[in-house]
Ligand binder design. Structure first.
Ligand SMILES: *Cc1c(COP(=O)(O)O)cnc(C)c1O
Length: 382
């Protein structure tokens, strides 16, 4: 069986976890937490990166940092993971869903301004498949109406937009290190902070609402409860596992990109014949090979193809069910304008296996199988 995902296995990871234990600092902000956050700050070029216990928690921290309150509105795509919305709903916000662009599956930046009201507090662009949203337009709208921008960059670590790293453009950026992402610490994430004056409060929120981070740095002699907060600090053992991957981050990305490019090259013929569609990457974006998806003609064809691949020992999967059609989405949100693409495009999309170490032979076998499906099942189309 070719698995859909295998989280990165780097040999040094075990030794680093052991070192975290021997350091006698298995809780947060130990040696490896520091190493990982400094690496991200330097690599992504941002004033501060804080490791967190998940991207969900990074989003929750952002909602607290932006002081989102009952009655506020937050704009985001409906084609995303539940956490993008939940983090703001938990603070009492109403979610305003905006349609996606069919080419990138990202929020349609041209439709955002129409969704802005006097209650709007923030825009949350999601960089689907590690391809950045049209951030210039989004930042301009945010500036015009004084809105926060929180980038859900869960899938976009090491992707860039006009040479700038995803997650560093908005006020806050949220990475995920869940096992399904390019880099993993089992469960974990990071919060990127653009303006250094917001760092202190972020550290307080992450440390249960206390100024314990200042205490540990020797900047104060007692720590105390000073604001709202929770426990968003990951264990240094998890950070140790992540550090092993960051040391070879470029190799991991290169390997994923070469599988991605090979998929594209192999399947381009089917796209030229109008049988399937392949992902589109705008010129301003350098992606990180997070997802390789294809689009079938419709939901039925997609479902048949997933079944067919499964029978041939290949695990391909669909993705998000649009949030605005879900039970909670109906209760906590509303769709701005018309759903022209969100439901239609999400129903056609299918993700092919992609992970570090997938290998050319596997990519070729999967592509052969896709060709076979269209020869056997959809003869009338060729
Ligand atoms: C994975 C993902 C999340 C959640 O990440 P966790 O680290 O599992 O909390 C949020 N948003 C998007 C777009 C994701 O892909």
């Amino acid at each position: 069986m070719i698995k859909f995902n295998v989280s990165p296995r780097v040999e040094s990871g075990l030794a680093y976890i052991q070192r975290a234990i021997l350091n006698n600092k298995t809780s947060g902000d130990g040696e490896f937490t520091k190493k990982c956050s400094e690496w991200i700050e330097k690599r992504a070029v941002t004033s501060k990166a804080l490791l967190t216990s998940s991207c969900t928690h990074s989003l929750e921290m952002s909602a607290l940092l932006c002081n989102i309150k009952t009655g506020d509105e937050v704009i985001m795509p409906s084609y995303t993971f539940v956490s993008t919305a939940n983090a703001f709903v938990m603070r009492g916000a109403k979610i305003i869903f905006v349609d996606i662009r069919p080419d990138t599956m990202n929020i349609n930046e041209q439709l955002i301004e129409n969704a802005v009201s006097d209650k709007t507090k923030a825009i949350v662009p999601v960089h689907y498949a590690g391809v950045c949203c049209e951030m210039d337009t989004i930042m301009k709208i945010a500036e015009k109406y004084s809105l926060y921008v929180i980038e859900d960059a869960a899938q976009a670590m090491m992707s860039t937009y006009k040479g700038v790293h995803c997650g560093t453009i908005g006020d806050y950026g949220c990475y995920s290190f869940h096992e399904t992402k390019n880099f993993s610490m089992g469960e974990g994430g990071a919060l990127l902070i653009r303006e250094s004056e917001n760092t202190e409060l972020a550290e307080v929120i992450r440390e249960k609402g206390t100024n314990r981070s200042l205490f540990f740095r020797g900047e104060i002699d007692k720590y105390t409860w000073i604001a709202r907060g929770s426990s968003y600090l990951p264990s240094d053992m998890n950070a140790a596992y992540l550090w092993a991957q960051l040391e070879i981050a470029d190799e991991i990305i290169q390997d994923r990109l070469s599988s991605w490019n090979r998929y594209y090259y192999n399947l381009e013929h089917l796209q030229k014949k109008g049988i399937i569609e392949l992902p589109f990457v705008p010129e301003s974006c350098q992606h990180n090979g997070h997802i390789f998806y294809i689009k079938a003609q419709n939901v039925k064809e997609r479902t048949d193809l997933i079944q067919y691949l499964k029978r041939h020992d290949i695990n391909a999967v669909s993705h998000y069910i649009p949030l605005h059609t879900s039970k909670a989405g109906l209760a906590f949100g509303s769709f701005s304008g018309e759903d022209c693409y969100t439901t239609k495009e999400s129903g056609r999309l299918l993700r092919l296996p992609l992970y570090y170490g997938l290998g050319e032979e596997n990519v070729d076998r999967i592509c052969d199988c896709v060709y076979k499906f269209y020869r056997e099942c959809c003869k009338q189309q060729q």
